[in-house]
Design a protein around this ligand. Sequence first.
Ligand code: SAM
Ligand code: SF4
Length: 475
Amino acid sequence: MCPITSPKLSEGAVDFIDEGRLSSLLAGPPPQPQAIGDIIAKSLAKEPLSVAETSALLRCEDPELIEEIFQAARTLKRNVYGNRIVLFAPLYIGNDCVNDCMYCAFRRSNAEAIRRTLTPDEITAEVTALEDRGHKRLILVFGEHPRYDAEFMARTVRQVYSTTSGRGEIRRVNINAAPLDHDGYKVMRQAGIGTYQVFQETYHHGTFAEIHPSGTRKSDYLWRLDSLNRAMEAGCDDVGIGALFGLYDWRFEVLGLVSHAVELHEKYGVGPHTISFPRLQPAHGISLDRFPLVNDEDFVRLVAVLRLAVPYTGLILTARENAEIRRRVMEFGVSQIDAGSRIELGGYAQDACDTQSTDREQFELGDVRSLDGVMRELLTDGYVPSFCTACYRLGRTGEHFMEFAIPGFIKRFCTPNALTTLMEYLVDYASPKTRQAGLALVETELEKIPDSSEKADLLNRLEQIRTTDKRDLYL
Ligand code: SAM
Ligand code: SF4
């Protein structure tokens, strides 16, 4: 059993999940159409919704009202994010773990898991393989283990940034790992991380206690709930929250996420940069029978409601979901997806193609298509896949990220940066078919931009990428 120290929480830390209130909000009667219309109008005006307003959206039963919610989520996504989708890949660094989370194949009681921590040489091989496919943004994933302390993770981050291959480089490294203390977050910040993600898994206290056995580090609900408050206090103002859907009632978890976003915003003037909503997947040695899994219809609904509740927060949809559901959910407000993902340790360098080995991975992936295949589908569907990393490199994070909300910001920065990073992919990595689809889409997007000095500048940068070695021409 792992010794549990008494760590320092954030200033005035409290358990801000008022379970009684969330449950009673959800138990209310179905809302009137007028009330839903008002809430949707507020969201379309790009104002975040309160927990109570979100609960009204979740209580809708009338199919027409539910359709209105979908329609509004589509519109909001188009208005705030346009047709861009940011792409990234997960890189699992090590699966040693002191916890015993009942849903995860890395849990310490899973004697059949093959435990492995990538060596520096293996990390180089993985990063090189990812760069050679065209990735620019990674999320590093770690089990919870004393070996994976902040210093270790920071060293790994630095190694990833310094690994290059041809024209390939990683420009943003995000982290999904255990909660840290203040000093740990400072170390991570100095290493130049992007977002630090910690998922609460479930906001429901009883369920949290049941699936995280007492005596394990992860059984401390408040330590985890408070983790990103500590990150904020330590200067990491780019944080991601998440819930593992399927552990408890999905409506309750949505209210938990919104409560969490409200808490961060009220305390630090900035909400989470991203929200993740992984759905519980089959994993080695785990029976899903006991869990209230979320069906596809409810999953699509929860994404639409989240979109409306937090208009400016990035929503991340992972390859846990299959290609079909990913395609469906994307239009309701997803802003980032992973592609070409391998979650078995060392999977990219081995080029595991479309096979998975479940004794090496945390759960089964639903979408194992290559990055190029996903890119081609996105392009054909009219999305602009983006590898942009400009904001965090120019310090546009935290409260400054709200510049995003300034009228014209997207047109001035996001669209050009998306197109230049897309052009890099098309020139350096795309298959002939994907390149053809991509060049056609770039032309279509350029036609939408009126003649101006900004457009001339963008055309010039695209031309440089097409005809020279110049890369990373961001605004
Ligand atoms: N070990 C760290 C932790 O637990 O916070 C971070 C990495 S953990 C490998 C990343 C996330 O994977 C967890 O937060 C959990 O939400 C998700 N996960 C675990 N088991 C899963 C499963 N069977 N299906 C889908 N997602 C799962
Ligand atoms: Fe360990 Fe994270 Fe898996 Fe829990 S979810 S067993 S903490 S890797």
